[in-house]
Design a protein around this ligand. Structure first.
Ligand code: PAF
Length: 282
């Protein structure tokens, strides 16, 4: 496995591989890797000749400097983890290498990026599009892999890829969960063992709400999820929206769209840690 820390060097190595006819898969990450990332790497390894994993905590997608400063950084453990998985290249650039000048490009894909995370974290998706587009230009992958935990991010990245006419396939991969049901996330490292146990209630509640969705209205299911989670001392729902899986706009009826997904963000614990999850109802 090669560890490469500049875009110039990475571009040169990849050009050589592409000339030899090798297909390239990209797994963009912000590090603090876990089994969720491993699942993306494993699919990429199956589908491509070469798998590149980027490890870069992208400053432009954090609208809260405290969140950026406390985001877990575990680069050497990440490199060991990827070596064991059999990744081919790990790209670990510095902020200066990626952004020698401030990135002044702006990306906007309403209404997909104006709701939920887009509304709660202004500028977040602009920053995601800045880094993901740069990675796509540098790596020129045939396929790029994203976890469905960040459901809205996948929709925004697909819109950006189409907008820029980039010839690559966006491959969403299923959420990986702990045994308790808690969706794996780099942020889980910031939870105490007790908080982690309580956070499992998020998925339990979502799963039960899926059953209730067969006999209850969208509003009833929505209200039940929010009330149940907020009843727990250390959980606070930031938003829970039941949306059309394509447009990400709220639905008021289960039959209103072919795909219906419930997207939730919950603050957990004293810090607090911001956790996101989602469930497909239809
Ligand atoms: O999902 C993430 O970890 C990040 O948003 C991504 C896609 C790696 C861009 O920094």
């Amino acid at each position: 496995m090669q560890v490469i820390d500049t875009q110039t060097r990475l571009a040169a190595v990849l050009e050589d591989l592409r000339e030899k006819g090798k297909s390239v898969g990209l797994v963009p990450t912000m590090g603090a890797l876990h089994e969720g990332h491993a699942s993306l790497v494993k699919v990429s390894l199956k589908e491509n000749d070469v798998t590149v994993v980027s490890v870069f905590v992208n400053p432009t997608q954090f609208n809260d400097p405290k969140d950026f400063n406390t985001y877990p950084r575990t680069v050497s453990a990440d490199i060991d983890f990827l070596e064991k998985l059999g990744a081919d290249i790990v790209f670990t650039p510095s902020v200066e290498d990626i952004y020698p000048e401030p990135d002044t490009r702006s990306f906007s894909y309403p209404p997909i990026d104006t709701v939920m995370e887009g509304a709660k974290r202004p500028g977040h998706f602009n920053g995601v599009c800045q880094i993901v587009s740069k990675l796509f230009f540098i790596v020129q992958p045939n396929r790029a892999y994203f976890g469905e935990k960040d459901f809205q991010q996948i929709a925004v990245v697909k819109a950006m890829t189409a907008d820029l006419n980039l010839p690559l396939e966006i491959r969403p991969c299923p959420i990986v969960r702990e045994e308790s049901g808690l969706a794996l996330s780099s942020r889980n490292q910031l939870l105490t063992p007790e908080e982690k146990k309580t956070a499992a209630l998020i998925y339990r509640t979502l799963s039960e709400s899926k059953e209730h969705s067969l006999t209850h209205t969208v509003k009833e299911v929505h209200d039940e999820v929010v009330t149940r989670l907020n009843a727990c001392d250390i959980l606070e729902v930031e938003y829970f929206q039941i949306v059309n899986a394509d447009t990400l706009q709220p639905v008021s009826d289960w039959d209103e769209a072919e795909g219906v997904v419930g997207c939730i963000t919950v603050y957990c614990g004293a810090r607090p840690v911001r956790l996101i999850d989602n469930i497909r109802y239809r």
